[in-house]
Design a protein around this ligand. Structure first.
Ligand code: NAD
Ligand code: TYD
Length: 351
């Protein structure tokens, strides 16, 4: 094998798309998916590549320093693409400590193991941290986040991701560790856990349950199809400059309420319901604490330097996503019938 690449969090939403892309596109790379399989990790996301000779799954917890060290010793990774994290803002509000542990301590364990294992012999090595645009805080109606926007995280989730970004840069500045960071806007697409807005709404519309919209639905997000994020990760891992940060976005801003209305329209068409049926399910509920108003990314650096741009329109991406969820009933049922029901009840009963 030419290289051994560790992808952490490869059983999660974005991680599984990154694993699939790398396993299929780079048969000369050994891809080691390191994931502890929390509620969000699901090996059913990867059944199509699980028997490939250049793919291996290892169940390990990045918060366990000893486990991380053993992995580095055993597999002699040439590169790390680090996606493992606690990723849901609402869960970070109810349980911040878990976010601090996984997102900060887990990242430091990986950084430290990479530094110790590579021991200053950094040729051909890279530590790539996948981060979020939420580290930049909340925008008003104008402007965009860029690589130079000052950090201003406002939720326990975004603060823990900001902290891990700082630690990645600290290992670069202090020890010369070769690093890359990207901060991406909201992803959507197949395999997303239905605690996040789009799959939650699809699931509720499908079963004719209320669609909870926080506050007045005025908050704005910039949506990117997950496979386009995976393509950006590939471009940055292979062509990104050591020490640099790249902002990734869909150039696709939607107010939550407008997005939900569009989704209702597509679902009515798809499920052959009368126009307007699903919109009646919209239910305005108590707003999220500290709810960031707007995220929007200017990804011109990535476009100009690495030639990346989103490949799908939102209409294409959203329709593909709806089709995928409707065609993967078993995948959805396994989640909905698990701990999800308990989470859902706790999260929404008092709103
Ligand atoms: P996800 O919640 O779907 O998946 C996270 C994965 O990490 C799961 O497979 C889980 O089992 C694993 N994991 C969690 N704790 C672990 C631990 N201690 N040890 C090993 N594995 C562990 O998340 P996602 O939405 O795919 O996000 C992946 C990454 O991308 C995260 O770092 C997130 O901050 C970032 N990101 C996400 C978005 C988005 O819209 N989802 C946008 C920008 C950046
Ligand atoms: P989410 O998918 O949780 O992503 P993030 O908070 O990381 O942006 O939420 C996207 C937007 O949708 C956000 O403004 C919160 C809102 N939202 C709802 O209105 N209702 C919901 O049930 C959820 C989960 C989110």
């Amino acid at each position: 094998m030419e290289k051994t690449i560790c992808i952490t969090g490869g059983a999660g939403f974005i991680g599984s798309h990154a694993v699939r892309l790398f396993v299929k596109k780079y048969p000369a790379y050994m891809i080691v998916n390191v994931d502890s399989l929390t509620y969000a990790g699901n090996l059913e996301n990867l059944t199509d590549v699980e028997n490939n000779p250049n793919y291996k799954f290892v169940k390990a917890d990045i918060t366990n320093q000893q486990q991380v060290n053993i992995l580095f010793h055993e597999y002699r990774f040439d590169g790390i693409i680090h996606l493992a994290a606690e990723s849901h803002v609402d869960r970070s509000i109810t349980n911040p400590l878990e976010f601090i542990n996984t997102n900060i301590i887990g990242t430091v364990n990986l950084l430290h193991a990479a530094k110790e294992r590579w021991k200053g012999n950094y040729s051909g090595k890279a530590f790539y941290h996948i981060s979020t645009d939420e580290v930049f805080g909340s925008l008003g109606n104008e402007g965009y986040f860029t690589e130079n926007t000052p950090y201003d995280p406002r939720s326990p989730y975004s603060a823990s991701k900001a902290s891990s970004d700082h630690l990645v840069r600290a290992y670069h500045n202090t020890y010369g560790l070769p690093i890359l960071i990207s901060n991406c806007s909201n992803n959507y697409g197949p395999n997303q856990f239905p605690e996040k807005l789009i799959p939650l709404a699809i699931n509720n519309i499908k079963s004719s349950n209320p669609i909870p919209v926080y506050g007045k639905g005025e908050n704005i997000r910039d949506w990117l199809y997950v496979e386009d994020h995976a393509r950006a990760i590939d471009a940055i891992f292979h062509q990104g400059k050591n020490g640099e940060t790249y902002a990734i976005g869909g150039n696709n801003e939607w107010k939550n309420i407008d997005l939900i209305r569009l989704l209702c329209r597509y679902m009515d068409e798809k499920l052959k319901r009368a126009p307007g049926t699903s919109e009646k399910l919209i239910s305005f509920v108590t707003d999220r604490a500290g709810h960031d108003l707007r995220y929007a990314i200017d990804s011109s650096k990535l476009r100009d330097e690495l030639g990346w741009e989103p490949s799908l329109s939102f209409e294409e991406g959203l329709r593909k996503t709806v089709d995928w969820y409707l065609e993967h009933e078993t995948w959805l049922r396994h989640i909905v019938e698990g701990d999800y029901a308990t989470y859902y009840e706790r999260q929404y009963q008092e709103r």
